[in-house]
Design a protein around this ligand. Structure first.
Ligand code: SF4
Length: 231
């Protein structure tokens, strides 16, 4: 139900799929995609969610009904960049229920405390994300202090999009600035929009993970449903 009163959330899309990435890859999950992101990653796979107005106002009660339609105990709040949404705490409060597992996906550019979630999935953006005509992007894409705060206050995983072998040193340098993180909680994911590129990059990334203890990060959405929205 789309409405115009104050009991609403602006949602880009809501869909049911498998979590494609990180430690919960393969787990059936309801995804709530919020609109708005100040970054402009070169390879962004959700450009339609970058504008803060790229959403529809939905009643909170309707949202909860939609979530309950699916046989999943996992909810993923994604974007866009959820942490920039003033109504994020309100949304989490509305959808919270006993036994549910909530993941928040963020680029780690803004800290918000006290959010009820089981997993903060942080994907800091490397230099490979910078578009040709970057304005704000380059100056805000990496924020060590914010990532440190997130690690301190939430159960976290780190995910990096890897495009070329040169990215690997950048990841080691970034992780080296953080308090001790378990290498297996750091996921390295191939940058790819289709299967061939995904598989080509997977081989050397997997070898690197075996040598370092970092985890290989699958992207099931690229393997199973390349280019499809709502997956
Ligand atoms: S942070 Fe995510 S939503 Fe924002 S531009 Fe980058 S890939 Fe797209």
């Amino acid at each position: 139900m789309e409405i115009g009163d104050i009991e609403y959330m602006v949602i880009n899309e809501i869909f049911y799929s498998l979590q494609g990435e990180g430690q919960l890859a393969g787990v059936p999950s309801v995804f709530i995609r919020l609109a708005g992101c100040p970054l402009r990653c070169r390879w962004c796979d959700t450009p339609d969610a970058q504008s803060p107005s790229a959403g529809t106002k939905y009643a909170k009660a309707w949202l909860c009904e939609q979530i309950n339609r699916y046989p999943a105990g996992h909810i993923v709040i994604t974007g866009g960049e959820p942490m920039t949404q003033p109504k994020l705490p309100e949304l989490l409060k509305a959808i919270r229920r006993p036994g549910v597992h909530i993941t928040i996906e963020t680029a780690g550019i803004m800290f918000v405390g006290g959010l009820p979630c089981e997993l903060m999935s942080i994907s800091p953006k490397l230099s490979n994300s910078t578009p040709a005509h970057a304005t704000v992007h380059e100056s805000i894409r990496l924020n060590v202090s914010v990532v440190k705060d997130l690690l301190k206050h939430y159960p976290c995983q780190l995910k990096f999009v890897v495009d070329s072998r040169g990215d690997l040193d950048e990841i080691v340098r970034f992780v080296g600035q953080l308090p001790k993180v378990r290498p297996e909680s750091v996921f390295l994911m191939p940058q790819a929009a289709e299967r061939k590129a995904y598989l080509d990059k997977s081989q050397w990334i997997a070898d690197y993970c075996l040598n370092t203890g970092f985890s290989f990060g699958p992207r099931l959405q690229v393997m199973l449903w390349p280019g499809q929205r709502g997956k």
